[in-house]
Design a protein around this ligand. Structure first.
Ligand SMILES: NC(=O)N[C@@H](CC(=O)O)C(=O)O
Ligand SMILES: [Zn+2]
Ligand SMILES: [Zn+2]
Length: 425
């Protein structure tokens, strides 16, 4: 195993120092380190963060390997500064059995670019009718702790209650895609001024808020852990704020795109902007940013949702919802939050690692900790070229935009997955 000496690097925004990585761990931290056998990485001007952790990634394998595979998505993640991702269950077949989650987990180990932690489905086939074999998935080699029907809402309150009760035994979490389906029938975008002007059926904010309100009450009633996926409205933030103040065990995520983009993008009719939940208003964006800063929203999660060209480059109404996120998330966070390194580490690494129970991730570089970390050049700017992304899909909403920050290197257990801004394998 090669040793690496990263010189003159700022660890989470602190004064520059040296980091020695050896045998999978951070062996030493301090100025003027020497290690003749180590490969030197000049960290001048760079910031080291604990490797980023994504609670919400769609890898599309098994079933839609044309859009993404565990390997291509893992490479995209590493290039984005991630060392661990949680893979959503809406694959084909659905990850609703021990067999499928073990397959995804094994593929992640084989690719060995990030740790891939499978999320299990809550209900069989995501159909919302019958609980999946949650216990078997928890006991499997994948050791699933987060369950989600993401893409669909667990709309039946009785089923949601049973799921919350069931996972309590092993301190599991239900991650909810909060969308009251009766309120979003035929919806194409956020319900508001822009949808009225464009004549498109809207997805009202209340369709999200009503489910979150219900679910925090259910989680409170049974004393279980709830996680709310892709929070997108100011009203949802208020519901969460009140629930947290009462001590409900709820955590929440926001996506980079909901922190930056608004429903005005739909005026282009470019389906790259079609996503669930939809892009909302500038008022919502401001509320989400404030909630991320004050902790009502715990983490930034990408909801990386690759889609093949034929599913995206078509008429708006026929396009699948979802956008890429892994390779641009850190840049968007930097753009939105500024160089608030401690906050970025908290929202993109430490807290998501803690929620998912991923030990060895989300820990700041210090002597003895697993060397899962990423190096960022905050002064660099880059223009996003969809064809240059490592993802098999191209549906980034940031095409041709110039964004701050560049991932220079990522290390997984002491081995580089990215060096000089390029994937190592
Ligand atoms: N976000 C999306 O618009 N799409 C996701 C599903 C989801 O996260 O709801 C997908 O799987 O494509
Ligand atoms: Zn979702
Ligand atoms: Zn999703």
């Amino acid at each position: 195993m090669t040793a690496y000496l990263i010189t003159n690097v700022s660890v989470v925004g602190a004064e520059p120092t040296d980091l020695l990585i050896r045998d999978g761990v951070v062996a030493a931290v301090g100025s003027g380190l020497t290690a003749p056998d180590a490969t030197v990485v000049d960290g001048t001007g760079l910031v080291a963060l604990p490797g980023l952790v994504d609670l919400h990634t769609h890898l599309r394998e098994p079933g839609r390997e044309d859009a993404e595979t565990v390997e291509s998505g893992s490479r995209a993640a590493a290039l984005g500064g991630y060392t661990a991702v949680c893979a959503m269950a809406n694959t084909s077949p659905v990850a609703d059995t021990a067999g499928v989650v073990e397959q995804v987990w094994r593929l992640g180990r084989e690719a060995n670019l990030v740790d891939v932690q499978p999320i299990g489905a809550v209900t069989v086939g995501l159909a919302g009718e019958q609980l999946a074999e949650l216990g078997a998935m928890a006991d499997s080699a994948a050791r699933v702790r987060i369950f989600s029907d993401d893409g669909h809402c667990v709309a039946d309150p009785k089923l949601m209650r049973r799921a919350l009760e069931y996972v309590k035994a092993f301190d599991g979490i239900i991650a909810q895609h909060a969308e009251e389906p009766r309120l979003t029938e035929g919806a194409q975008m956020h319900e508001g001024e822009v949808s009225t002007r464009l004549g498109l059926i809207g997805w009202p904010a209340v369709a999200e808020e009503a489910i979150i309100a219900r679910d925090v009450l259910l989680a409170e009633h049974v004393g279980s852990r709830l996680h709310v996926c892709h929070v997108s409205t100011a009203g949802s933030v208020e519901v969460l704020r009140q629930a947290k103040a009462r001590g409900v065990r709820v955590t929440a995520e926001v996506t980079p795109h909901h922190l930056l983009l608004t429903d005005v993008k739909a005026e282009t009719y470019d389906p790259v902007y079609k996503v669930n939940p939809p892009l909302r208003t500038a008022t919502d964006v401001a509320a989400l940013r404030a909630a991320l800063a004050d902790g009502v929203i715990d983490v930034i999660a990408t909801d990386h949702a690759p889609h093949a060209v034929e599913d995206k480059e078509c008429e708006w109404a026929y396009a699948r919802p979802g956008m890429l996120g892994l390779e641009t998330a850190l840049s968007i966070a930097l753009d939105v939050l500024g160089p608030e390194w401690d906050l970025i580490a908290e929202r993109m690494s430490r807290t998501p690692a803690r929620i998912a129970g991923l030990t060895g991730h989300g820990v700041d570089p210090a002597p003895g900790v697993p060397a899962n970390l990423t190096l960022i050049d905050p002064a660099a700017r880059r223009t996003i070229e969809p064809t240059e992304l490592a993802s098999r899909s191209r549906n980034t909403p940031y095409a041709r935009m110039t964004l701050p920050g560049r991932i220079v290197a990522t290390f997984l257990r002491g081995e580089p997955t990215v060096l000089d801004g390029k994937a190592v394998k």
